[in-house]
Design a protein. Structure first.
Length: 473
């Protein structure tokens, strides 16, 4: 539906996207006792760590193969093998992912071969899952890096149904839920509650709500993630009743999982808005065989009331959105459901989803592109991450902070966007931004027959006083 406009400049001005290795690291951090290792220079890892710490405000386990000038030219295979061995010996994690950077990809690294060589040389670490993923940062985005890493983790850790003797539906209440990068820890907590109301047990893959939820622990320090999806759960996914996939970016991961397990898949684009959440509830009714709980029906009614309350502010509002494809699609559906108009849509890279997002055009570019398009089309509100704040100020519009990273607000990573309740609050937030930042109030009307200006009144009084005849006493 959308006309996808390719990049037409040789550089990024105020970049929108974060890199694939960051997305791959984010996916890894959703597993219990996990350690992502970036194959590249120390600066690549430090930069990624800054993004995570500023966004989650938590300690982030992240390692580097520390490529230098010599290994960049002569090869860094030894860096990878020794890096895996060092992490395995010192931290003994349940999962290690090796994520390539632009430097390693340009150098010609083959991390999959490096993993095989490590396995052959170190059989004592057979209980540690080691997964290599190609995530060059000169292409793709957080979204594609997250999806590619999750696909490879599933490929490496989920046993084939024929070998493991798993059977779909063996665990009567278990549902596998593949979740994309845009679901916050707060979203996952809300989603878990929805599944449990249908008397289902969701297994989130990955589960950031447990590993990056801001919960204090008894441990003073841990070199690996605390919480998240246990690797032992990956062996049970073939026994699930169904697989629910949230986000078109995870289509490949879902395909690999279904091929390995035979568990039926229910795909949902996102959980923003009334229609999208109705699709989830309908799927859960079919999976569980239960009726919709009264509590969820009430939340749906509350959302409908909120839509009535806010449509005066949001109807015909001109909105600019800058986000990766899955999040862009979600917000387009949400605001169009309220009668708003998306006049500027900018994303980070070209993916198949873009062609079916219901807008006139989508620009693959950066925040400068959004600013130019938004100014031309007289945008009234911006939706984007913290990097878009300055852009919104120059456009003279309010901004709804959404996406990754959010570093200029506290608790952004815990905000709940999904479900009937999350959507309701998002509509309130949008409406309040419009009310508090409105520039289109009706100007005050001054009647020509009303009170005269002060200088005219003074002149009038002066003339009248000079014409008075002095009184006699």
């Amino acid at each position: 539906m959308a006309d996808v406009l390719k990049r037409n400049k040789a550089l990024s001005v105020n970049p929108l996207k974060a890199s694939q290795p960051i997305g791959g690291s984010l996916a890894t951090l959703g597993f219990n006792r996990a350690m992502p290792m970036l194959h590249g220079s120390q600066g690549c890892t430090a930069f990624a760590k800054v993004f995570f710490v500023r966004h989650f405000r938590e300690p982030i386990p992240l390692q580097s193969t520390a490529m230098d000038q010599g290994s960049s030219v002569m090869g860094a295979d030894e860096n990878v093998r020794e890096g895996i061995k060092t992490i395995a010996e010192k931290s003994h994690p349940a999962l290690i992912t090796i994520l390539t950077t632009g430097l390693a990809e340009t150098q010609g690294a083959d991390v999959h071969r490096n993993v095989r060589e490590f396995r052959e040389a170190n059989p004592e670490f057979a209980d540690i899952a080691v997964v290599g993923v190609n995530t060059p940062d000169f292409t793709g985005s957080v979204e594609t890096g997250f999806a590619a890493t999750l696909t490879e983790i599933i490929r490496a850790t989920v046993p084939d149904a024929k070998v493991a003797s798993t059977s779909p539906g063996k665990r009567k209440k278990q549902v596998t839920v593949l979740v994309n990068y845009m679901l916050t820890p707060g979203d996952l907590e809300a989603l878990r509650d929805i599944f449990e109301q249908f008397q289902l047990r969701p297994v989130f893959v990955p589960d950031l709500s447990d590993s990056l939820d801001g919960c204090l622990t008894d441990e003073d320090f841990s070199p690996v993630t605390i919480g998240g999806t246990p690797m032992s759960e990956m062996a049970t996914l073939g026994d699930s009743l169904a697989t629910v996939v949230i986000g078109p970016s995870l289509a490949k991961a879902a395909e690999v999982l279904e091929e390995k397990t035979g568990v039926p898949t229910f795909s949902i684009d996102h959980l923003y808005g009334l229609k999208a959440n109705d699709a989830l509830v309908s799927a859960l009714v079919e999976i569980s065989g239960n009726d919709v709980p009264e509590r969820i029906e009430r939340q749906r009614s509350q959302l409908q009331d909120a839509m009535l309350d806010t449509h005066f502010m949001l109807g015909q509002l001109r909105i600019a959105i800058a986000a990766d494809a899955d999040l862009l699609n979600a917000f387009v559906d949400l605001v169009q459901e309220m009668g708003a108009e998306v006049v500027a849509a900018v994303t980070s890279c070209n993916v198949p989803l873009l062609s079916r997002i219901p807008v006139d055009s989508i620009k693959i570019g950066d925040l400068e592109d959004m600013e130019i398009i938004g100014r031309t089309n007289k945008v009234q509100l911006v939706i984007g991450n913290s990097h878009a704040v300055d852009t919104a100020e120059r456009l003279g519009t309010p901004i709804l902070r959404a996406g990754f990273p959010l570093f200029d607000i506290i608790g952004g990573y815990q905000k709940t966007w999904i479900g009937y309740r999350g959507t309701r609050q998002t509509l309130f937030d949008l409406a309040n931004l419009v009310i508090n930042y409105s520039h289109e109030e009706i100007p005050v009307y001054h009647s020509i027959y009303g009170q005269k200006p002060a200088d005219e009144l003074a002149k009038f009084d002066s003339n009248n006083n000079s014409n008075k005849t002095p009184s006699c006493h």
